[in-house]
Design a protein around this ligand. Structure first.
Ligand code: KMH
Ligand code: ZN
Length: 273
């Protein structure tokens, strides 16, 4: 079986220090959390950035400062900026980190309810626009799917040439408004992607570790991190993103799956550095 790629989604746009005081906002805090995750075994950092007061931003300069600061200490880690940003941002605002030519970036494949009154909007034309931008710049998209219909959208846009094969999916499961985090739905998603595609699974909240186990057994890859879950176990706040990664590494070892280095992750995903 392929080695296991662990992605750490260290920050997100929604979670705050009220949920977990270790959620990073400043550049130094981002470097600390990325470093702890990397040292524990993460090869990819899924990155959102904030201003120092915690406000989400897609500002290109802020991304550059955070990415440069992470790479200065951890030169080989793969940094995957978000183009999802936060609910309500415009497409061009969200696309700013692609101007930095990262190896990878997320590409959200559909619209969904996102908490109380919020809608995370990704029309077909938005997805095409983002897909074209990533092809132009040689950026590998991680296709964020929050529901099965979003896989179908990605497959249609792949046929039309807006997304290249082999595709790499992230099944984000358990968002209130998206697909549930059950094993039945995990099997449904993983059976719905092409044979040459790769996938990682991001279980939200209490679904994080059960779905990680399913992906480890199945030959998929795993995302953990404060963006998705801030607890190390029921009722216990995680000390760091590194602690969440360490738990996955322990689980993988018990289940006989080796952990991919960033170089091995690049090979598996066909990344061009
Ligand atoms: N913050 C969410 C609205 C992504 O990174 O591409 C979108 C998100 C997905 O987090
Ligand atoms: Zn994200």
């Amino acid at each position: 079986m392929e080695k296991l790629i662990i992605t750490a989604a260290i920050c997100g746009a929604e979670v705050t220090k009220e949920h977990n005081p270790n959620v990073p906002y400043t550049i130094e805090e981002c470097v600390r959390e990325a470093g702890l995750a990397y040292e524990a075994g993460a090869s990819i950092i899924h990155l959102h950035v904030r201003t120092d007061d915690g406000t989400p931003t897609q500002d290109k300069n802020r991304f550059k400062m955070v990415m440069d600061a992470i790479h200065a200490k951890y030169p080989d880690v793969i940094i995957q900026p978000s183009t999802g940003g936060a609910v309500g941002m415009t497409n061009d605002e969200r696309l700013q980190p692609t101007e930095l030519n990262p190896e990878m970036a997320t590409l959200d494949c559909g619209t969904l309810n996102f908490g109380g009154d919020e809608i995370f909007e990704n029309t077909e034309n938005t997805i095409k626009y983002f897909g074209e931008r990533m092809i132009e710049r040689g950026i590998k998209p991680e296709l964020e799917v929050f529901d099965k219909s979003m896989i179908d959208m990605a497959l249609r846009l792949n046929k039309k040439g807006f997304i290249k094969s082999p595709m790499h999916f992230d099944f984000v499961m358990g968002v209130n408004g998206g697909i549930s985090g059950t094993l039945r739905d995990f099997v449904f998603l993983r059976e719905s992607i092409p044979a040459d595609a790769t996938y990682t699974v991001a279980g939200v909240g209490r679904f994080e570790f059960p779905l990680a186990t399913a992906a480890i057994i199945d030959g998929g890859h795993v995302r953990v991190g404060f963006e998705d879950n801030t607890m190390i176990s029921r009722g216990i706040v995680a000390e760091s993103n590194g602690q969440l990664v360490e738990k996955v590494v322990r689980m993988a070892k018990e289940l006989g799956r080796e952990i991919a280095t960033p170089a091995e992750a690049r090979e598996i995903l066909g990344l061009k550095r």
